[in-house]
Ligand binder design. Structure first.
Ligand SMILES: [Mg+2]
Ligand SMILES: [Zn+2]
Length: 165
């Protein structure tokens, strides 16, 4: 076996409610129903769990790294209460107005970083996201993409798409 299978997840619209605007305040960060159950199910099948998210609000000056990290610590703590261990959350802080970067999806640099850091076998992994750019970033590295509607039921998607890793 050449590495671990991984479930890559977009954040806004997949893990927490997509509000149609930047989400950085704790009170606006609403974890969607059954997310912990869904991720626990995937972990039980042998998948690592890595969230990859564009957070261009940092580049815009709307919020800082501290706010983003606090949200992600909160998410990890909420999942831990359900016995789920989030392996990583990687984010691109850049806004396209500051020039193009390789980490903002549809760029795939953060997937490569996760692969190196966690020994992931991309060919046995998949990406769940709610935007075409999530699918493009995954496809560039041969990761199977599953496009879902924003704020849809993650548990249903995972039960339909995942087999034991
Ligand atoms: Mg999204
Ligand atoms: Zn970036």
């Amino acid at each position: 076996m050449s590495g671990s299978a991984c479930l890559f997840l977009d954040r806004d619209g997949v893990i927490n409610r997509e509000r149609g605007e930047h989400t950085w305040r704790m009170e606006d960060f609403e974890i969607l129903p059954e997310v912990a159950t869904a991720l626990g199910y995937a972990q039980g099948l042998g998948y690592k769990l890595v969230v990859i998210t564009n957070q261009s609000g940092i580049g815009l000056g709307l919020y800082g790294h501290g706010e983003v990290r606090a949200l992600h610590q909160h998410l990890a703590a909420e999942l831990a209460k359900a016995g789920v261990r989030l392996d990583d959350v990687l984010y691109c802080p850049h806004h396209p107005s500051g020039g193009r970067c390789l980490c903002r999806k549809p760029g795939s640099l953060l997937f490569e970083r996760a692969k190196a850091r966690h020994g992931i076998d991309l060919g046995r992994s998949l990406m769940i996201g709610d935007r075409d750019r999530d699918m493009q970033a995954a496809a560039a590295l041969g990761v199977r993409g599953v496009l879902v509607q924003a704020n849809s039921a993650l548990l249903n998607t995972i039960k339909r798409e995942l087999r034991p890793a």
